[in-house]
Design a protein. Sequence first.
Length: 214
Amino acid sequence: MWLRRPVGIAIELLAGIPSIIYGIWGLFVFAPFLQQYVQPFLIDVFGPIPILNNLFAGPPYGIGILTAGLILAIMVLPFITSISRDVFEAVPPVLKEAAYGLGCTTWEVARYVVLPFTRVGVIGGVMLGLGRALGETMAVTFVIGNAHRISGSILAPGTTISATIANEFNRSRRRSLYVVAGRTRSHSVRHHLHRARFRALDADASQRAGGGLT
């Protein structure tokens, strides 16, 4: 029971870490670990199996689809856990006390009382976490490899739509700067033309007024 508060605080802190931190950690810490230990083990184990050898084929790059999926799982798990924890705390204590009074164990209370009462909230937290994982950009861009091809192996590099957009952002930014510069130049030219036109009209009006007076 004494671990509830520190574990809860740790989960809340992990859920609030920016995704780019997970991406940097995955690139410099997690990917070398997978390249050195995990991926060679998977290749050796599943290599002789006819169907699974294509799923775990290729050299151990460290970065790839598997690494990106694991980083997303590590990133999303505290988020889902935080939401589920808040939902579990919303269960009325009367229901749990009544179940304990009937002789239910802690597992039976969690299975037959807490989970049915909080099913909608837990599913909502899972869907929110899944949406965050599907729309993630920076963490995936760091560790997926950014290879524009589809491979049958989860160890091979790949890419996603959000990672592609992030990689092309510099080029689009340069184009947008050119567009903004062109628009600014056209606005400046129009401004000077309008000023010259107004000066000509003002001079013409002055000349007419001077001729009328004479």
